[in-house]
Design a protein around this ligand. Structure first.
Ligand SMILES: Cc1cc2nc3c(=O)[nH]c(=O)nc-3n(C[C@H](O)[C@H](O)[C@H](O)COP(=O)(O)OP(=O)(O)OC[C@H]3O[C@@H](n4cnc5c(N)ncnc54)[C@H](O)[C@@H]3O)c2cc1C
Length: 448
């Protein structure tokens, strides 16, 4: 069969994109290397949309949780992944968890029933020079294709592992303790939030980093290199008592105005500082600069809340370090997930720098609908940014800071803030109600 769109990678994103296209009558070739003699270090079988680790799609609460809201929006758009998940669901409280074999078999069966879709078990080694293409080869993209993508994007724009620093919601930082200043007080603009530490606090914090329980690299990740700027904070702490104070926690030049006196009207330097830098254009998310870490998540929350000013911090993302192939999407992709330098190629799934099964499938869903619209000569109208789909898309295609771009889960910090007069207790409901009604309008506009 000749085809209109070539999708490379039959994981969560590629399968969803194929479904969205073929359901609209588009002729699709879906190339998946597993089942054709190849595999990845994490996949076990040959099934499409294999879940490589946990069997959970996380919270299914669409009224109070951003990923639950994403489930809702995907169901509204006839998502394959959500449809198969409901068939394969197992009891998991308010979470959506599945029997992974039933889930993958259901995805395969639904795709096999589509007459305009060919699933071909083959590995693709180079980016196609022409023809509408969706690349959804995931965090473990096979080496030759990764090389070809690196050639097209510039190697420095394609990462092979992530180095994720925690991200804090701005409105949970205590500015009676912290203050704004430039990095190490150089430069004109006061772009960084500074959290000050006394010597005793610093020593206790460093001990916490050293003692804290860490996650281990998987066997095939063991050779993950650390670049200078990406060394885990706890590894840096091991190098000596003052290494952090001469590195990411350097206090030099940072007068703490909360300590102003007649003698020191600008305040004094703290013994050490933790600096936070804005991570999205909305200014709702701030990342802890230099704090990439392999500490276990619960340990991160406990320890980072001992930092002065972050006692009540809520985290939109916690730190991590994994093998992970992903693009600097805010720089490389246009608002429709197309490579600016080769617009016949779209990217979808975790390669775009979203993180997680659901987010990957959601980006695949949007890539499929976008490609279908493009083939029909229709303009694509993006989902409103007030929806989970729109917020995620806006973040990865330009709203995230390209300089510090790292994989991101969906979270309310990506959404335009709701009216600040809405009480904190019901703020999540305010986000989800607004999203649900805006999605209804958008859906009727795109299907009209
Ligand atoms: C080890 C590991 C554990 C993870 N655990 C979780 C978790 O518990 N929960 C969670 O939400 N997320 C997890 N993730 C993150 C991520 O969300 C998943 O990896 C998700 O599957 C990404 O979806 P995707 O469609 O982008 O990629 P994948 O689902 O990985 O799909 C990519 C597909 O492309 C194929 N492929 C690769 N290269 C080629 C090629 N050259 N030609 C043809 N086919 C190719 C692969 O075989 C694969 O089937 C994990 C990631 C990793 C690596």
């Amino acid at each position: 069969m000749t085809y209109d769109v070539h999708i490379i990678g039959g994981g969560l994103a590629g399968s969803e994109a194929a479904w969205q296209l073929a359901r609209r009558g588009v002729r699709v070739r879906l190339s998946e290397m597993r089942g054709g003699g190849d595999t990845s270090p994490a996949h076990q079988g040959t099934g499409l949309a294999e879940l490589v680790c946990s069997n959970s799609f996380r919270s299914d609460d669409s009224d109070r949780n951003a990923v639950g809201l994403l489930h809702h929006e995907m169901r509204e758009l006839d998502s394959l992944i959500m449809g198969a998940a409901s068939v394969a669901a197992v009891p998991a409280g308010s979470a959506l968890a599945v029997d992974r074999d039933v889930f993958s078999a259901e995805v395969e069966q639904r795709l096999a029933a589509l007459p305009t879709l060919d699933v071909v078990r083959e590995r693709i080694d180079t980016l196609p020079a022409a023809g509408l293409t969706i690349v959804a080869t995931g965090p473990l993209t096979a080496a030759a294709l990764a090389q070809s993508i690196g050639n097209a994007t510039g190697a420095e724009s394609l990462a092979f592992f992530d180095a994720i620093a925690p991200i804090v919601y701005r409105d949970t930082v205590d500015m009676d303790v912290c203050w704004m200043a430039s990095r190490w007080d150089k430069g004109e603009t006061k772009d960084y939030i500074n959290c000050p530490m006394t010597r005793a606090q610093y020593v206790a914090f460093r001990e916490g980093l050293l003692a804290g329980e860490k996650t281990e690299f998987r066997e095939w990740e063991a050779n993950t290199p650390y670049f200078d700027g990406c060394m885990p904070i706890e590894v840096m702490a091991e190098r000596g008592e003052d290494t952090l104070r001469f590195g990411p926690m350097k206090p030099v030049g940072l007068d703490n105005p909360h300590q102003a006196t007649a003698e020191f009207p600008n305040g004094r330097w703290a013994y050490a500082v933790v600096q936070l830098r804005q991570d999205n254009k909305l200014g709702t998310l701030w990342n802890m600069v230099g704090f990439q870490t392999k500490l276990k998540h619960a340990e991160q929350v406990r320890l980072f809340r001992t930092i002065p000013g972050l006692e009540q911090a809520e985290f939109a993302r916690l730190g991590g370090l994994h093998r992970n192939t992903f693009l600097n999407s805010p720089q490389l992709l246009d608002r429709q997930l197309r490579l600016k330098s080769a617009p016949h190629i779209r990217f979808a799934g975790q390669m775009t720098g979203c993180e997680g099964y659901v987010e990957s499938a959601a980006v695949g869903l949007m890539a499929g609908i976008m490609a279908a619209a493009e083939l029909r000569g229709n303009d694509w109208t993006a989902p409103p940014r007030t929806t989970a789909l729109g917020a995620l898309l806006a973040h990865i295609t330009g709203d995230a800071e390209a300089d510090s771009y790292q994989p991101m889960n969906v979270n309310f910090g990506l959404f335009p803030p709701v009216d600040p007069s809405v009480k904190k207790k019901v703020r999540k409901e305010a986000y989800t109600q607004r999203a649900k009604s805006d999605l209804v309008f958008w859906k009727s506009a795109i299907t009209a």
